[in-house]
Write a new protein. Structure first.
Length: 239
């Protein structure tokens, strides 16, 4: 039943709902698509000597703090048929959690704000929930209010960082609520380290270090140095 619901929602999202910027959990749009779009935009601005600030915002417990009511309302507003919406609602409402300590069980309580991970419907429901999430943002002062109003989410302020690009950047401090965003010289974005100079040197150094470490393990464990032995090992370890 999950697979049938997944096919129905996926088809609907592809035809009517998903924004062009939505990647990661969207078929045909991997994380690489996001990185290419990001670097294309920022390098173009920096080449024009425009100061660019990139705010990396981290939602606290992203998959856990997902309101079922908001999610169901989004599915309804996007025009999914009532049977798909009703089955999805029943599927979400069927989860409960409890605690066991020294063979003593707590009272089980219904889960009202979580997307179960590792299941068939998990990624597409999360994708539906965050779709259009950035609508209406005009000023950084509104970030925190926007997050609570749109999705009842909170930011993990300790992980929210600000990256200043372009050497002549005035380095203004942006605020998240009453707190200033901490400046960073480099941030990991979808597995790629983005530095303030956009040189990718730190990313290349990390990759070279990782590859050399794996090659060192191969050198210690493999007696043969022939191409027929080393090449399959490198491919198996995704070097």
């Amino acid at each position: 039943m999950e697979q049938l619901t997944l096919e129905t929602i996926s088809k609907h999202m592809k035809e009517k709902m998903t924004e062009g910027c939505q990647c990661g959990f969207t078929k045909g749009k991997s994380c690489l698509s996001t990185l290419i779009a990001f670097f294309s935009e920022v390098t173009s601005l920096v080449a024009k000597r425009r100061a660019v600030d990139v705010a990396y915002l981290d939602f606290s417990r992203a998959f856990i703090m997902v309101s079922h009511n908001i999610l169901i309302n989004k599915l309804t507003k996007h025009g999914l048929d009532k049977w798909t919406v009703r089955w999805t609602e029943n599927w979400l409402n069927g989860w409960a959690q409890g605690l066991v300590i020294s063979c003593t069980k707590s009272t089980r309580r219904q889960v009202t704000s979580i997307i179960p991970q590792g299941l068939t419907l998990g990624p597409i429901l999360f994708n539906t929930f965050i779709n259009n999430l950035d609508d209406g943002i005009k000023f950084h002062q509104h970030w925190e209010k926007w997050a609570k109003r749109k999705s009842q989410k909170k930011f993990n302020k300790g992980k929210c960082k600000l990256l200043h690009l372009e050497k002549n950047n005035p380095r203004h401090q942006d605020m998240l609520g009453t707190n200033g965003l901490e400046d960073s010289s480099a941030e990991e974005d979808l597995g790629v380290l983005v530095d303030s100079k956009l040189t990718m040197s730190q990313q290349c150094n990390l990759m070279a270090k990782a590859v050399n470490s794996i090659l060192g393990c191969i050198r210690k464990s493999a007696a043969s140095r022939s191409r027929e032995v080393i090449l399959p090992l490198c491919l198996a370890l995704e070097i």
